[in-house]
Design a protein around this ligand. Sequence first.
Ligand code: UDP
Ligand code: MN
Length: 576
Amino acid sequence: MQSTVLRLRRRLPKLPRRLKSPLLLLLLGLLLLGWLGWGGHSPRRGDRHSHSLKDWHDYAVIEADSRRSGLGEGGRPASLPASASARQKADLFQANGFNALLSDSIALDRSIPDLRYPECRSQLHYRRLPTAALVIPFHEEHLSTLLRTAVSCRARAPPQLLTEIILVDDASQKPALGGPLEAALAKHFPQSGFTRVLRAPKREGLIRARMRGIAAVTADVVIVMDSHCECGVNWLPPLLHPIAEDYRTVVCPFIDVINQETFEIRSQDTGARGSWSWNSFHYKRLPLLSESLRHHAEPFASPVMAGGLFAMTRRWFNELGGYDSGLDIWGGEQYELSFKIWQCGGRMLDAPCSRVAHIYRNFMPYKNPSNLGDFITRNFKRVAEVWMDEYKEQLYSTNNEEQYRLVDAGDLTKQRAIRERLKCHNFDWYMKNVAFDQPKFYPYRRPAKSLTGFLKAESANRCVAVAPGNSKPSMTTCGDGGGGATLLHLSERDEIRVHASPPERCFDVPDGRAVQLFACHGMRGNQYFKYFPDIGRLRHVPSSRCVALDSRLEQLALVPCSKADSAQRWAWVSAA
Ligand code: UDP
Ligand code: MN
């Protein structure tokens, strides 16, 4: 099937053969860009060449929305009547992570606030845009929030652009998600074939559930969405416009917040670029660049998507091999897709004029299969092993490191072959060109080169002491100038030397459990340690374990590295 994107391309005039002069070509190129509105700013009403562009706002819908009144209308905070059962409310909150009982009293097609920048109201988009399908995976979603997602996004999208909605039931057990869901869909979407529910026979997790939905799409563009969202005014055209220019551009809406208790809709902030922290691999954000601050309604490049909401051509998704189907349940998939979009020749934009609101929750209400083990670490490791090259060490050595080493990432040949086949950039390229300011906000945790001082356990006011005849270091109070503590030296050969005791002794871990003292041999081996000052971690390199204060025995133990364990935090106190 010929895609609209291609058709758009075909409409460009062909250059006459004799126009060989590079200068002329350049001029012509610039004119062409201007004609298409590619000058970096979205065209708006009154622009000279707006004949290929149009205002996609549906003023009838905007007008009808403005006349609505009732509970939660306009995205205003709502509450249950006093007569509502507190017990029922609490049970449904527990089962969903939000006030699902309240959701049942709010209209599925309620009006929402227009949270966009005023400039968005006059933005024009291509008259011819690709068609789009909504793909919504759900696992044990509450029926009314699921339906509201479909109803609200449909109501505020041009019907000729949004051609199908595919719901993927990831093996939910709630009875309402069976027959009652299908009956409700038939009622709200009478047009035959517009909505489809695919049912996974067993729990797949959101990554494979999305893939199942995307595989069923017939439209040009796939829009992935969480099952508890509401779409804002004219949300669709700003997502499709940059995609019409280049099928390898992926566009994310701004995500607003639906309050989990009151269903009030508010904006999160004024936008930011996506990123992550090294010592948790949690999604984090980077500030906007000055250019986007000046033109805040314009789409801007973002290194990482938030995850749940994006628009992407089916063609580009498939060329990239989809998601890594080895990713289980939840977690890491936003990095996997973002890294490969950028590294393999695409780009990712956030479109401030497309707003979709999402219910953020404080806990995951559903159960996860117990036979999968630590799937989040495994997902992260798969992504790191395939895409992050040497940067993966940064992730491993400052996290729960032993866990990263122990987890089996499984077979990665297919993922590596995609990277090879598409001749994707390496991660260093990505860090330098896309996430270039990431280290400024989420710095690399570098080990100290050398240090001299007293070693203090941060969880207790105790410092390491080495008595001349003892085979193990012990602990003492850290007084002024170290009290009874012993001066230690982290050497450039990464050993921890007892400073003033010829013959020099070093920290050593012969039994893999407790730190002992042996003659320094300078060969690293069991005397090889790295100290990360930012996180206070003292890491035994050969075992990938960490030094912890064993407060009961008053000695130093080697344990699995964990960020949560305060007994693993050490400071070097200078002897001044
Ligand atoms: N989901 C799914 N299968 C799962 C877990 C989640 O289909 O095993 C769906 C879920 O119903 C939601 C989306 O995936 O539509 C994202 O999950 P969730 O909202 O829990 O993630 P969060 O927004 O909290 O990151
Ligand atoms: Mn969600």
